[in-house]
Write a protein that binds this ligand. Structure first.
Ligand code: 13P
Ligand code: SF4
Length: 360
């Protein structure tokens, strides 16, 4: 197995509240007044987020939500938001919310002229790859991902040379350049299905070593991988989950497959972010711990009354770069536009479309 040294991040000191607050300064625009019209239009949103956003903050956030919602209609824009967006984005301005697979599928279907991707850069690139003629905006160009940064197109070419004839599956959390070098994409929701669809005895599943290890336990296909990791999920430990179970024996633990296998072993259920949400909605445990990014629990709390969300969780510093004020700026100024070289895009599109077109 090829390995690389990674510069793994540390638990960010920032909280979800401070991530929201970081977007406050640009919101102090005279046109963003908290008028009775704004209060009325945004009241249903506040109902959903009131447990996470203090009332005192609402007169600052509500006018921005209102302005974004008006502007996106004028621009014929659609806002795609990942499940890790903060509640005011998730409930306030998103047209479509979901996991990486759902967002890629929605990006392929949209007839909007403009896509605003509230997520990280690889997600915006995927939307652009599927919609080369549309304008795709990302509110913060620096919203990256430790997985996407762990591997380059040259690394994939070297892997192909080292393992001739072995199909290469890339996790969707990679750059367009990397997708262009691979045979097919997968997400955490369909990785086993994608690997098995190839009919090969051995498959390279890159770049997440933990997703690959978790998939390897569910299939007879031999899996080779790469030493990438999600800086959010690799920080959970089996020991801390065992401690939580000791303190709260009735807690249900559900984990994302980007967690190390020994963490997944402690979980009652493992699935993509959408899979985790569905599990909580269907099973309605009294207490649940979502072993993933912090906004997940905040976003579904209003739809799952009676479920107590036990922490810890970890913040993704990249996802948290996306704020309401940056979304508004993106729509006002039509920036930052995501572009992908047409030749790379055409090759990467084959990898993404092969995944989307798989029969479920
Ligand atoms: P999913 O939403 O596809 O489960 O992915 C999680 C993730 O880490 C995206 O960055
Ligand atoms: Fe990347 Fe992990 Fe953040 Fe998702 S949660 S964007 S995989 S660093």
């Amino acid at each position: 197995m090829a390995t690389i040294a990674l510069d793994i991040g540390h638990r960010p000191a920032a909280s979800a509240a401070s991530a929201r607050a970081s977007g406050f300064a640009p919101l102090e625009r005279p046109e963003l007044a908290y008028t009775p019209e704004v209060a009325e239009a945004t009241a249903p949103v506040y109902e959903k987020v009131k447990d996470f956003i203090p009332q005192i903050e609402w007169p600052v956030l509500a006018p921005v939500i209102h302005a974004i919602n008006k502007l996106k209609k004028e621009r014929n824009a659609v806002i795609l938001a990942h499940n890790y967006m903060t509640p005011e984005i998730f409930h306030g301005v998103a047209d479509i919310v979901g996991d990486s697979l759902a967002l890629a599928k929605e990006a392929a279907k949209t007839d909007a002229d403009v896509i605003v991707q509230c997520g990280v850069h690889f997600m915006a690139e995927t939307a652009k790859i599927l919609n080369p003629d549309k304008t795709v905006l990302i509110p913060d160009m620096k919203a990256g991902c430790s997985l996407a940064e762990s591997i380059t197109a040259a690394d994939v070419r070297a892997l192909r040379e080292k393992h001739p004839g072995v199909p290469i599956v890339t996790y969707v959390n990679t750059s367009a350049d990397v997708k262009a070098e691979c045979d097919i994409c997968c997400t955490s929701a369909n990785a086993v299905q994608v690997v098995e669809s190839l009919g090969a005895p051995k498959v390279l599943l890159i770049p997440d070593q933990y997703l690959a290890a978790n998939v390897a336990r569910q299939t007879d296909v031999e899996i080779l991988t790469w030493a990438g990791a999600c800086e959010v999920h690799e920080r959970f430990t089996a020991a801390e989950l065992r401690e939580y179970r000791e303190i709260e024996p009735e807690v249900k633990i559900i984990a994302h497959p980007e967690c190390p296998p020994e963490v997944v072993d402690e979980a009652d259920f493992t699935g993509s972010t959408a899979g985790m949400i569905d599990w909580v909605k269907q099973n309605r445990p009294g207490k649940v711990m979502l072993v993933t990014e912090c906004s997940m629990a905040d976003n579904i709390a209003s739809e799952t009354p009676g479920v107590d969300y036990v922490r810890p969780c970890n913040l993704c510093p990249h996802m948290k770069r996306i704020t309401l004020s940056k979304i508004l700026d993106a729509l006002v100024e039509m920036r930052d536009e995501v572009t992908v070289d047409p030749v790379i895009s055409a090759r990467a599109r084959q990898s993404v479309e092969r995944m989307i077109n798989l029969k479920s």
